[in-house]
Write a protein that binds this ligand. Sequence first.
Ligand code: BGC
Length: 418
Amino acid sequence: MLKFPEHFIFGTATAAHQIEGDNKSNDWWHYEQTGQLPYKSGKACNHWNMYREDIDLMASLGYGAYRFSIEWARLYPQEGNRDDSAIERYNKMLKLLNSKGITPLITLHHFTLPLWFLSKGGFEREENLKHWERYVETVRDEIKGGMYIATFNEPMVYVMAGYIEGQWPPFKKSVRLASRVEANIIRAHNIAYEILKDKFKVGIVKNIPIFLSSSPQQKDLKSAKKADDIFNFNFLSGIWSGKLKAIYGNYRVPEGDADFLGVNYYTAYTARHVPNPLKLFLQVELADMSPRKTDMGWSVYPEGIYKAIEKVSRYERPIFITENGIATTDDDWRIEFIVKHLQHVHRAIKDGYDVRGYFHWSFMDNFEWDKGFAPRFGLVEIDYSTFERKPRKSAYIYGEISKTKEIKNEILERYGEA
Ligand code: BGC
């Protein structure tokens, strides 16, 4: 049997645009209508209207924590125009969560922006941070019943997808802009930390992919380290040091802090050296770590979650696994995925790493950004034609783990790693 510490929290995670539906004032919605994004989020899971049912279900399944995001564009659909009914709705969600004993963790930026903010240049311009400041102050003054706040979700994914690969809004391909956005996000995090720190525990959520060298050759080993620095460490170190070594160039930012670090972990990548300065001499690809690939085409590499924890432990802050999950309709495989990753989390705790909780991605199937509704990440299945919620077997098994804070031998034997 594997026993987790009493204070350890087990929860699930979602994000506003992926579940709420009708997020009409943000940039993703806009580009979904223009066709620059391949899929439309539409009503998504209709969670904006069904949040009571969803939170009731979470509670009945026995989950002790819930990570979700506030949609900035709902609070401020137009510049300077605050919608108090949206604040009220989020407060109702929080009240319900707290009444059910579910610990909330709120994300402030999960990839989407109010369209008006993006139109002003978004995080490309430092002077725009005054608008972010107003949003964060509103959260501090009006949002009641939250405990943990993550300022940003996966800032480097946002920077890469929106400013290097040009696949996500605002569809740009510029290392210079990407670097500027990276610096401004650190500034924005530190601004938010100062505003919120007396009322909440304030952290940031970072995707920590594992970069493996594509060969034992020195140049490839160096490339793997370089990828790790560019994607994982330079950003996080910049929060505390006030010096950001960005993708391109160095930036001075005010020194800041974080009360906790959220780690999102999914899979591993390989890195190799390529003789192309435009690619920063680096080629990064999905690693082939398991014969079977998820519906995202990702390998399953449970050991990586231990490595991710080990990596961020250098910042000496409490760690939450804020996302970890699998896109599949084979629910037995999902159970296996959860159990195996939790075995490694447990090992990390035993080895002395300060891991305080695990949030499974995701509570329910949802809108997977530029992949649409096809990938099924949910513990709970969504029938998108009726919005019926159907908990999968994994939802119940994970609920047992959450309630008892232990994984029983029969589950370990059936689904776990030897
Ligand atoms: C994101 C989620 C996303 C998940 C699966 C993370 O990068 O934070 O929004 O759905 O991965 O791709």
